[in-house]
Design a protein around this ligand. Structure first.
Ligand code: FEO
Length: 399
């Protein structure tokens, strides 16, 4: 079996999940990986484990290098089950001297596996453990992705084990960033950020500042999902810097659903108006686009225009679901506007506008609604509505 040595005597021993298509609401249409790493030193150390169903892959890969019983330490950077599902079985085989985790990690491990008797060794930010020729330093990264999360850093190698951070849900036979198209890889990293990390942008900002203050030499970033960064570490760090600072581009998303095509007609006319002002616009029909793909576009958009007809004094369920999902992820401030057709009561525009106000969007238009099917004149009003949004972006009005 091919072994993947990422640095001298440090191996990737993870698993590739080609089949997973949903990761708690995130469409993982390219699968994912659960990365784990093995450090051969005086103290042989396993960094993270994998999802329960992939225990065999992990053990098989470790056995290709050393008998698993020789492992001394297991580091648990994060307790979520995609990284610890098989941990109890691995502990039974390995009988490690230490299970290294944060204090919150120890509590979460006990709450998951109900084993107070495991040999926990709690570490905090700044703590160091010698493995022999190399050492491990720990940086707590609370809420990236859970309160227990931490990074493990090997200073002698400039190697950062970053767990969920800097990852992508992407199954591949390649293991390194320079073995795939970098644009596509950053796109997957953006989707991961938009759907998993976005809510914690404020903490990401702090962590990036912290990494800079610590002056760590980072030669390689080895996350627990997707590809290992060795040639584009600066690119992914810069991308995280942009995303956590809500850096946006001149782009508008028109996100809508429609009942009898009237709201769709409005969406197209509004997009036409935006385009006429020389601003990039993308239409996302909620019936055919997955919410997690739309969120990837939300990450760097300057403005969002929402469209839904009124249904039962409310909005269409697809729009309600999307807004609930987006609101939970707390995107940074954007320009916002709403539109939709209606039959008699017409509450949808007001409801969508309220969602956007709750997300601190800058509502620059009072909203546009037309009864039943829009006339040619009303579609011209939609074009004007779009033009005003486009001009606001050109004039530099912010979210
Ligand atoms: Fe990949 Fe938060 O688990």
């Amino acid at each position: 079996m091919k072994t993947i040595e990422i640095k001298k005597d440090i191996y990737w021993v993870g698993a590739v999940d080609w089949d997973v298509r949903d990761f708690h609401g995130y469409s993982t249409y390219k699968g994912t990986t659960y990365n784990a790493y093995l450090i051969l030193d005086d103290k042989i150390t396993l960094i993270d484990t994998v999802k329960k169903e992939f225990k065999g892959d992990l053990i098989h890969k470790i056995r290709g290098i050393i008998p698993p019983e020789k492992i001394d330490y297991i580091v648990v950077n994060h307790v979520e089950m995609d990284h610890t599902g098989c941990l109890p079985e691995i502990i039974d085989i390995v009988r490690p001297e230490k299970i290294i985790c944060s204090d919150m990690g120890r509590k979460a491990l006990i709450a998951h596996f109900h084993r107070e008797d495991w040999p926990y060794h709690v570490v905090g930010s700044g703590d160091k453990i010698s493995l022999g020729r190399r050492s491990l330093e720990f940086i707590e990264t609370r809420m990236l992705h859970w309160p227990d999360s931490m990074f493990s850093y090997v200073p002698e190698e400039g190697l950062l084990f970053s767990n969920d951070a800097f990852g992508e849900h992407l199954a591949s036979s390649e293991r390194f960033d320079d073995e795939v198209a970098i644009g596509e890889l950053i796109r997957h990293a953006a989707k991961y950020y938009a759907n998993i990390i976005l809510l914690y942008s404020r903490l990401v900002k702090k962590q990036l500042e912290n990494l800079e203050q610590l002056g760590l030499k980072i030669d390689m970033i080895a996350p627990d999902h997707g590809l290992i960064w060795r040639s584009h570490t600066k690119d992914i760090l810069e991308a995280y810097h942009n995303w956590c600072n809500n850096k946006s581009i001149e782009k508008v998303l028109v996100i809508y659903d429609t009942m009898w095509h009237s709201t769709e007609m409005m969406a197209k006319a509004i997009s036409d108006g935006i385009e006429r002002e020389g601003v990039s616009v993308k239409l996302y029909n909620l019936e055919v686009n997955h919410r997690s793909d739309i969120m990837t576009e939300v990450l760097d958009t300057r403005a969002i225009v929402l469209g839904s007809p009124t249904l039962n004094n409310g909005i269409l369920p697809s729009m309600a679901g999307f807004l609930n999902y987006m609101k939970g992820l707390k995107p940074g401030a954007k320009i916002g506007a709403a539109f939709g057709s209606y039959g008699w009561s017409g509450e949808s525009v007001k409801i969508m506008s309220q969602y956007m106000k709750d997300m601190k969007f800058n509502i620059i238009e009072p909203g546009l609604r037309f009864q039943y099917v829009p006339t040619h004149e009303q579609l011209k009003e939609c074009v004007g509505f779009g033009r005003r949004i486009g001009r606001a972006i050109k004039e530099g009005i912010g979210g």
